[in-house]
Ligand binder design. Sequence first.
Ligand SMILES: *Cc1c(COP(=O)(O)O)cnc(C)c1O
Length: 367
Amino acid sequence: MLLFTPGPTPVPESVRQAMATPTLHHRTPEFEVIFKEARERLMKLFGMDECVMIASSGTGAMQACMVNLCQQKALTVNAGKFGERFGKIADAMGREKVELCYEWNTPAAVEDVETALQENGDIDAIFIQVCESAGGLRHPVEAIAKRAKEMNPDIMIVADGITAVGVEKIDITHIDALVTGSQKALMLPPGLAMIGLSSKAVEKIGKGKDYYFNLASEIKKQRENTTAYTAATTLIIGLNAIFDEIEKEGLDGLYEATEKRAKATQAALEAIGFEMYPQTPALSMSTVYDADAEPIRKLLKNKYGVNMAGGQDHLKGKIFRINQMGLIPVYESAWVVNAIELALDELGRRTFDGTAGRVFNETYFKA
Ligand SMILES: *Cc1c(COP(=O)(O)O)cnc(C)c1O
Protein backbone atom coordinates (compact mmCIF):
# COMPACT_ATOMS: atom_id res chain seq x y z
CA MET A 1 0.00 0.00 0.00
CA LEU A 2 1.36 3.43 -0.92
CA LEU A 3 0.86 5.80 2.00
CA PHE A 4 -0.21 9.09 0.42
CA THR A 5 -1.83 10.81 3.40
CA PRO A 6 -0.52 14.30 4.27
CA GLY A 7 0.93 12.95 7.50
CA PRO A 8 1.99 10.53 8.66
CA THR A 9 4.24 10.07 5.65
CA PRO A 10 6.30 6.95 4.86
CA VAL A 11 9.58 6.52 6.76
CA PRO A 12 12.50 5.68 4.41
CA GLU A 13 14.27 2.36 4.90
CA SER A 14 17.60 3.99 5.89
CA VAL A 15 15.86 5.96 8.62
CA ARG A 16 14.10 2.89 9.99
CA GLN A 17 17.45 1.09 10.05
CA ALA A 18 19.13 3.97 11.90
CA MET A 19 16.37 3.89 14.51
CA ALA A 20 16.77 0.13 15.02
CA THR A 21 20.12 0.53 16.81
CA PRO A 22 20.28 -0.32 20.55
CA THR A 23 18.86 2.29 22.92
CA LEU A 24 21.32 4.91 24.16
CA HIS A 25 21.12 6.66 27.49
CA HIS A 26 20.21 10.31 26.91
CA ARG A 27 22.58 11.79 29.52
CA THR A 28 25.80 10.67 27.86
CA PRO A 29 28.52 12.32 25.79
CA GLU A 30 27.60 9.91 22.94
CA PHE A 31 24.04 11.21 22.77
CA GLU A 32 25.15 14.83 23.17
CA VAL A 33 27.13 14.49 19.94
CA ILE A 34 24.03 13.17 18.14
CA PHE A 35 21.85 15.89 19.65
CA LYS A 36 24.27 18.65 18.68
CA GLU A 37 24.36 17.45 15.09
CA ALA A 38 20.55 17.26 14.87
CA ARG A 39 20.24 20.71 16.43
CA GLU A 40 22.66 22.31 13.99
CA ARG A 41 20.88 20.75 11.03
CA LEU A 42 17.48 21.82 12.35
CA MET A 43 18.74 25.36 12.83
CA LYS A 44 19.68 25.38 9.15
CA LEU A 45 16.29 23.98 8.13
CA PHE A 46 14.44 26.69 10.06
CA GLY A 47 16.96 29.41 9.18
CA MET A 48 16.22 30.97 12.57
CA ASP A 49 18.25 32.13 15.59
CA GLU A 50 17.28 29.34 17.97
CA CYS A 51 15.40 26.04 17.99
CA VAL A 52 14.09 23.46 20.41
CA MET A 53 12.99 19.84 20.11
CA ILE A 54 10.22 18.53 22.34
CA ALA A 55 9.00 14.98 22.83
CA SER A 56 5.36 15.43 21.82
CA SER A 57 3.19 15.46 18.74
CA GLY A 58 2.98 18.74 16.83
CA THR A 59 0.13 20.00 18.97
CA GLY A 60 2.45 20.08 21.99
CA ALA A 61 4.61 22.65 20.21
CA MET A 62 1.51 24.68 19.32
CA GLN A 63 0.57 24.71 23.00
CA ALA A 64 4.15 25.54 24.05
CA CYS A 65 4.02 28.64 21.82
CA MET A 66 0.67 29.72 23.21
CA VAL A 67 1.82 29.39 26.81
CA ASN A 68 5.26 30.94 26.37
CA LEU A 69 4.67 33.63 23.75
CA CYS A 70 1.22 35.00 24.51
CA GLN A 71 0.68 36.81 27.77
CA GLN A 72 -2.34 38.99 27.00
CA LYS A 73 -4.54 38.21 24.05
CA ALA A 74 -4.16 35.87 21.08
CA LEU A 75 -5.30 36.45 17.53
CA THR A 76 -6.04 33.05 16.00
CA VAL A 77 -6.84 32.34 12.36
CA ASN A 78 -9.36 29.55 11.85
CA ALA A 79 -9.70 28.29 8.28
CA GLY A 80 -9.81 24.64 9.26
CA LYS A 81 -9.19 22.07 11.99
CA PHE A 82 -5.68 23.21 12.84
CA GLY A 83 -6.45 26.91 13.04
CA GLU A 84 -9.45 25.99 15.17
CA ARG A 85 -7.05 24.07 17.41
CA PHE A 86 -5.05 27.23 18.20
CA GLY A 87 -8.31 28.80 19.39
CA LYS A 88 -9.10 25.79 21.57
CA ILE A 89 -5.59 25.85 23.04
CA ALA A 90 -6.04 29.55 23.90
CA ASP A 91 -9.32 28.70 25.67
CA ALA A 92 -7.78 25.76 27.54
CA MET A 93 -4.76 27.83 28.61
CA GLY A 94 -6.91 30.72 29.75
CA ARG A 95 -5.75 33.21 27.13
CA GLU A 96 -8.24 35.73 25.82
CA LYS A 97 -8.60 35.43 22.08
CA VAL A 98 -9.92 37.04 18.93
CA GLU A 99 -10.61 34.50 16.22
CA LEU A 100 -10.76 35.23 12.49
CA CYS A 101 -12.88 32.57 10.75
CA TYR A 102 -12.76 31.64 7.08
CA GLU A 103 -14.20 28.95 4.86
CA TRP A 104 -11.62 26.17 4.57
CA ASN A 105 -10.68 27.09 1.01
CA THR A 106 -10.15 30.79 1.74
CA PRO A 107 -6.82 32.31 2.79
CA ALA A 108 -6.74 34.86 5.61
CA ALA A 109 -6.66 38.48 4.43
CA VAL A 110 -4.01 40.94 5.59
CA GLU A 111 -6.72 43.62 6.01
CA ASP A 112 -8.69 41.43 8.44
CA VAL A 113 -5.63 41.01 10.62
CA GLU A 114 -5.01 44.76 10.39
CA THR A 115 -8.55 45.51 11.58
CA ALA A 116 -8.35 42.99 14.42
CA LEU A 117 -5.09 44.56 15.62
CA GLN A 118 -6.53 48.09 15.38
CA GLU A 119 -9.57 47.06 17.41
CA ASN A 120 -7.57 45.08 19.98
CA GLY A 121 -4.44 46.93 21.05
CA ASP A 122 -3.76 44.21 23.62
CA ILE A 123 -3.19 41.39 21.11
CA ASP A 124 0.40 40.32 21.72
CA ALA A 125 0.61 37.21 19.54
CA ILE A 126 -0.80 35.93 16.25
CA PHE A 127 -1.28 32.23 15.60
CA ILE A 128 -1.65 31.02 12.05
CA GLN A 129 -0.92 27.99 9.88
CA VAL A 130 1.47 28.36 6.95
CA CYS A 131 -0.50 25.54 5.37
CA GLU A 132 -3.90 24.71 6.87
CA SER A 133 -3.96 20.98 6.28
CA ALA A 134 -7.74 20.60 6.63
CA GLY A 135 -8.19 21.97 3.11
CA GLY A 136 -4.62 22.11 1.81
CA LEU A 137 -4.71 25.90 1.96
CA ARG A 138 -1.66 28.21 1.89
CA HIS A 139 -2.14 31.33 4.05
CA PRO A 140 -0.19 34.51 3.14
CA VAL A 141 1.70 34.23 6.43
CA GLU A 142 4.68 36.29 5.33
CA ALA A 143 2.53 39.28 4.27
CA ILE A 144 0.42 39.06 7.43
CA ALA A 145 3.53 38.86 9.60
CA LYS A 146 5.11 41.84 7.85
CA ARG A 147 2.03 44.05 8.28
CA ALA A 148 1.52 43.00 11.90
CA LYS A 149 5.13 43.88 12.76
CA GLU A 150 4.75 47.28 11.11
CA MET A 151 1.78 47.94 13.36
CA ASN A 152 3.38 46.50 16.50
CA PRO A 153 7.06 45.48 16.40
CA ASP A 154 6.67 43.60 19.70
CA ILE A 155 3.90 41.32 18.54
CA MET A 156 4.81 37.63 18.31
CA ILE A 157 4.08 35.79 15.07
CA VAL A 158 3.61 32.08 15.65
CA ALA A 159 3.44 30.09 12.43
CA ASP A 160 2.36 26.46 12.43
CA GLY A 161 4.57 25.12 9.67
CA ILE A 162 3.85 21.47 10.37
CA THR A 163 2.91 20.91 6.72
CA ALA A 164 5.21 23.63 5.32
CA VAL A 165 8.66 23.20 6.88
CA GLY A 166 10.62 20.92 4.56
CA VAL A 167 8.10 21.60 1.79
CA GLU A 168 9.12 25.07 0.64
CA LYS A 169 11.50 27.83 1.68
CA ILE A 170 9.56 29.96 4.13
CA ASP A 171 10.56 33.61 4.52
CA ILE A 172 11.09 33.84 8.29
CA THR A 173 12.02 37.56 8.35
CA HIS A 174 8.94 38.48 10.41
CA ILE A 175 8.21 35.12 12.04
CA ASP A 176 9.03 34.52 15.71
CA ALA A 177 8.14 30.87 16.11
CA LEU A 178 7.92 28.28 13.38
CA VAL A 179 6.53 24.93 14.45
CA THR A 180 6.97 21.55 12.83
CA GLY A 181 6.41 17.89 13.63
CA SER A 182 8.28 14.71 12.79
CA GLN A 183 5.58 12.83 10.85
CA LYS A 184 5.08 15.22 7.93
CA ALA A 185 7.78 16.49 5.54
CA LEU A 186 10.53 15.07 7.75
CA MET A 187 9.30 11.52 7.10
CA LEU A 188 9.81 10.28 10.66
CA PRO A 189 7.42 8.43 12.96
CA PRO A 190 5.19 10.75 15.03
CA GLY A 191 6.37 11.99 18.42
CA LEU A 192 8.95 14.77 17.95
CA ALA A 193 7.91 18.43 17.76
CA MET A 194 10.35 21.16 16.77
CA ILE A 195 10.18 24.95 17.03
CA GLY A 196 12.39 27.52 15.32
CA LEU A 197 12.59 30.76 17.31
CA SER A 198 13.65 34.36 16.67
CA SER A 199 15.87 36.20 19.16
CA LYS A 200 12.85 38.36 20.01
CA ALA A 201 10.87 35.25 20.86
CA VAL A 202 13.67 33.97 23.10
CA GLU A 203 13.64 37.36 24.83
CA LYS A 204 9.88 37.27 25.33
CA ILE A 205 9.99 33.70 26.66
CA GLY A 206 12.16 35.08 29.48
CA LYS A 207 11.91 32.70 32.41
CA GLY A 208 9.29 30.71 30.55
CA LYS A 209 5.84 29.48 31.50
CA ASP A 210 4.39 26.02 32.10
CA TYR A 211 6.18 22.98 33.46
CA TYR A 212 6.67 20.39 30.70
CA PHE A 213 6.37 22.97 27.93
CA ASN A 214 8.65 25.53 29.57
CA LEU A 215 10.61 26.81 26.59
CA ALA A 216 13.11 28.72 28.75
CA SER A 217 14.35 25.58 30.46
CA GLU A 218 14.43 23.73 27.13
CA ILE A 219 16.45 26.48 25.44
CA LYS A 220 18.92 26.54 28.32
CA LYS A 221 19.40 22.75 28.25
CA GLN A 222 19.38 22.39 24.49
CA ARG A 223 22.10 24.99 24.09
CA GLU A 224 24.15 22.53 26.16
CA ASN A 225 23.10 19.70 23.82
CA THR A 226 20.78 18.02 26.23
CA THR A 227 17.06 18.26 27.11
CA ALA A 228 15.11 19.19 30.22
CA TYR A 229 13.38 15.78 30.30
CA THR A 230 14.21 12.47 28.64
CA ALA A 231 14.94 13.20 24.99
CA ALA A 232 13.13 11.33 22.20
CA THR A 233 16.50 9.67 21.48
CA THR A 234 15.30 7.27 18.77
CA LEU A 235 13.52 10.03 16.84
CA ILE A 236 16.52 12.35 17.10
CA ILE A 237 18.74 9.59 15.71
CA GLY A 238 16.14 9.26 12.95
CA LEU A 239 16.26 13.02 12.38
CA ASN A 240 19.97 12.85 11.57
CA ALA A 241 19.30 9.91 9.25
CA ILE A 242 16.60 11.80 7.34
CA PHE A 243 18.88 14.83 7.06
CA ASP A 244 21.49 12.47 5.52
CA GLU A 245 18.88 11.52 2.90
CA ILE A 246 17.72 15.10 2.30
CA GLU A 247 21.30 16.39 2.01
CA LYS A 248 21.98 14.12 -0.98
CA GLU A 249 20.07 16.60 -3.16
CA GLY A 250 20.09 19.42 -0.63
CA LEU A 251 17.18 21.34 0.83
CA ASP A 252 16.73 23.28 -2.41
CA GLY A 253 16.54 19.99 -4.27
CA LEU A 254 13.80 18.81 -1.93
CA TYR A 255 11.83 22.04 -2.34
CA GLU A 256 12.19 21.90 -6.11
CA ALA A 257 11.10 18.25 -6.39
CA THR A 258 8.12 18.88 -4.11
CA GLU A 259 6.97 21.85 -6.16
CA LYS A 260 7.36 20.00 -9.45
CA ARG A 261 5.42 17.00 -8.16
CA ALA A 262 2.65 19.17 -6.70
CA LYS A 263 2.32 21.13 -9.95
CA ALA A 264 2.34 18.01 -12.13
CA THR A 265 -0.29 16.36 -9.90
CA GLN A 266 -2.51 19.44 -10.06
CA ALA A 267 -2.17 19.71 -13.84
CA ALA A 268 -2.98 16.00 -14.27
CA LEU A 269 -6.07 16.17 -12.05
CA GLU A 270 -7.35 19.33 -13.72
CA ALA A 271 -6.83 17.70 -17.12
CA ILE A 272 -9.30 14.93 -16.17
CA GLY A 273 -11.88 17.43 -14.96
CA PHE A 274 -11.16 17.94 -11.27
CA GLU A 275 -11.13 21.23 -9.46
CA MET A 276 -8.63 22.08 -6.74
CA TYR A 277 -10.38 22.87 -3.46
CA PRO A 278 -8.33 25.76 -2.01
CA GLN A 279 -8.16 29.18 -3.63
CA THR A 280 -4.45 29.19 -2.81
CA PRO A 281 -3.25 25.57 -2.89
CA ALA A 282 -0.30 24.68 -0.69
CA LEU A 283 2.51 22.57 -2.12
CA SER A 284 2.36 20.04 0.71
CA MET A 285 -0.75 18.30 -0.54
CA SER A 286 -3.03 18.31 -3.57
CA THR A 287 -6.59 18.82 -2.37
CA VAL A 288 -9.37 18.11 -4.81
CA TYR A 289 -13.01 19.04 -4.37
CA ASP A 290 -15.46 16.42 -5.57
CA ALA A 291 -19.08 16.07 -4.47
CA ASP A 292 -18.69 12.29 -4.63
CA ALA A 293 -15.11 11.83 -3.43
CA GLU A 294 -15.55 8.81 -1.19
CA PRO A 295 -15.99 6.10 -3.89
CA ILE A 296 -12.79 7.33 -5.57
CA ARG A 297 -10.85 7.14 -2.33
CA LYS A 298 -12.23 3.66 -1.59
CA LEU A 299 -11.31 2.32 -5.04
CA LEU A 300 -7.81 3.73 -4.71
CA LYS A 301 -7.35 2.02 -1.38
CA ASN A 302 -9.00 -1.31 -2.15
CA LYS A 303 -8.06 -1.83 -5.77
CA TYR A 304 -5.06 0.35 -6.61
CA GLY A 305 -3.11 0.25 -3.35
CA VAL A 306 -3.07 3.98 -2.62
CA ASN A 307 -4.08 5.42 0.74
CA MET A 308 -5.05 9.10 0.38
CA ALA A 309 -6.82 11.26 2.97
CA GLY A 310 -10.41 12.44 2.84
CA GLY A 311 -11.99 15.48 4.48
CA GLN A 312 -13.29 16.18 7.96
CA ASP A 313 -16.45 17.82 9.29
CA HIS A 314 -18.43 19.53 6.49
CA LEU A 315 -15.86 18.35 3.93
CA LYS A 316 -16.30 14.66 4.81
CA GLY A 317 -16.79 12.84 1.50
CA LYS A 318 -16.24 16.09 -0.46
CA ILE A 319 -12.47 16.26 -0.85
CA PHE A 320 -9.48 14.01 -1.15
CA ARG A 321 -5.96 15.01 -0.24
CA ILE A 322 -2.84 13.59 -1.88
CA ASN A 323 0.41 14.00 0.00
CA GLN A 324 3.34 15.80 -1.63
CA MET A 325 5.60 16.05 1.43
CA GLY A 326 8.91 14.28 1.64
CA LEU A 327 11.20 12.38 -0.69
CA ILE A 328 8.48 10.78 -2.78
CA PRO A 329 9.64 8.76 -5.80
CA VAL A 330 8.08 10.47 -8.81
CA TYR A 331 6.83 7.15 -10.26
CA GLU A 332 4.63 6.74 -7.20
CA SER A 333 2.91 10.09 -7.81
CA ALA A 334 2.52 9.24 -11.48
CA TRP A 335 0.80 6.01 -10.43
CA VAL A 336 -1.56 7.89 -8.11
CA VAL A 337 -2.97 10.18 -10.81
CA ASN A 338 -3.21 7.22 -13.17
CA ALA A 339 -5.15 5.23 -10.54
CA ILE A 340 -7.53 8.15 -10.03
CA GLU A 341 -8.23 8.25 -13.75
CA LEU A 342 -8.87 4.49 -13.76
CA ALA A 343 -11.25 4.90 -10.82
CA LEU A 344 -13.24 7.55 -12.71
CA ASP A 345 -13.65 5.11 -15.58
CA GLU A 346 -14.77 2.37 -13.22
CA LEU A 347 -17.33 4.70 -11.64
CA GLY A 348 -18.71 5.48 -15.09
CA ARG A 349 -17.69 9.12 -14.90
CA ARG A 350 -15.07 9.41 -17.61
CA THR A 351 -13.62 6.98 -20.13
CA PHE A 352 -9.99 6.17 -19.41
CA ASP A 353 -7.60 7.44 -22.07
CA GLY A 354 -4.37 7.97 -20.15
CA THR A 355 -4.67 11.75 -19.98
CA ALA A 356 -3.71 12.03 -16.29
CA GLY A 357 -0.49 10.08 -16.69
CA ARG A 358 0.42 11.89 -19.89
CA VAL A 359 -0.14 15.37 -18.44
CA PHE A 360 1.68 14.43 -15.23
CA ASN A 361 4.72 13.25 -17.18
CA GLU A 362 4.69 16.20 -19.56
CA THR A 363 4.44 18.71 -16.72
CA TYR A 364 7.02 17.01 -14.53
CA PHE A 365 9.60 16.02 -17.11
CA LYS A 366 9.12 18.40 -20.02
CA ALA A 367 8.06 21.75 -18.58
C1 LIG B 1 -0.52 17.44 11.47
C2 LIG B 1 -0.70 18.85 11.84
C3 LIG B 1 -0.60 19.31 13.16
C4 LIG B 1 -0.15 18.48 14.32
O1 LIG B 1 -0.85 17.46 14.69
P1 LIG B 1 -0.33 16.39 15.73
O2 LIG B 1 -1.31 15.31 15.51
O3 LIG B 1 -0.41 16.98 17.07
O4 LIG B 1 1.08 16.03 15.36
C5 LIG B 1 -0.73 20.65 13.40
N1 LIG B 1 -0.95 21.52 12.41
C6 LIG B 1 -1.03 21.14 11.13
C7 LIG B 1 -1.24 22.18 10.08
C8 LIG B 1 -0.92 19.79 10.80
O5 LIG B 1 -0.99 19.41 9.52
